[in-house]
Design a protein around this ligand. Structure first.
Ligand SMILES: Cc1cc2nc3c(=O)[nH]c(=O)nc-3n(C[C@H](O)[C@H](O)[C@H](O)COP(=O)(O)O)c2cc1C
Length: 187
């Protein structure tokens, strides 16, 4: 698939199943992340790959974190939380390593990680791999960060769920360029 076709038509895929992306596909997807725009070339990102049984450990972390946040949960909610990471065979956790830099604020470092995740979404689409960027309260929960081994200066900016689409991708909405792009009137 050529680059513009992927950029214009990429959609997220919520319903994912086995198999996980193969070695060639994941290499292409991960290499796309490493070309994210990056002020100061700080390389402020790192990525944790969670698959197989490790997803069950992640579910347990999610549950401890949700319970620790004081969320009163019934049995069905507990089961849903435990099963969240099982929604795809591979989860890429996108982490920003915040650095102190005179010209690059933390926000820009996190924007670089976001650019990396978007690049992975597009590369996944081009590879026929389904992917879905998720966050939610658990991405920002300190128990999740600690149990995943993040340092004090690290933040989770997304869980990228990857796998085989259950259905063909839906057509991308084709927004009108004219509704979002305007000549600025300098007068
Ligand atoms: C930073 C970020 C976090 C997101 N978190 C969630 C999430 O937790 N749950 C969710 O359903 N969608 C989330 N989304 C939106 C989906 O990833 C997706 O972009 C959206 O459903 C639109 O689908 P599309 O990408 O096919 O246009 C998030 C998007 C971004 C950019």
């Amino acid at each position: 698939m050529d680059a513009l076709t992927a950029l214009h038509n990429r959609v997220s895929t919520g319903l994912l199943t086995d198999p996980a992306p193969n070695e060639q596909q994941r290499r292409n997807i991960f290499r796309a992340a490493l070309r994210a725009a990056d002020h100061g070339c700080l390389r402020p990102w790192r990525f944790l790959l969670i698959e197989g049984e490790a997803r069950e450990r992640l579910g347990e972390i999610f549950l401890r974190a949700a319970e620790g946040a004081g969320d009163g949960m019934d049995e069905a909610q507990r089961a849903r939380t435990l099963a969240m990471p099982l929604r795809a065979p591979l989860i890429v956790v996108a982490v920003t390593r915040l650095q102190e830099h005179p010209k690059v604020p933390h926000l820009e470092q996190r924007m670089s990680t976001a650019a990396a995740v978007q690049a992975m979404l597009t590369a996944a689409y081009a590879e026929g791999v389904g992917a879905y960027w998720r966050t939610g309260a658990l991405a920002y929960n300190p128990i999740v960060a600690k149990e995943l081994g993040l340092a004090e200066n690290e933040r989770i900016d997304g869980f990228l769920y990857c796998g085989t689409p259950v259905k063909p991708p839906r057509p991308a909405p084709q927004l009108a360029v004219e509704e979002y792009f305007f000549n600025w009137d300098a007068s």
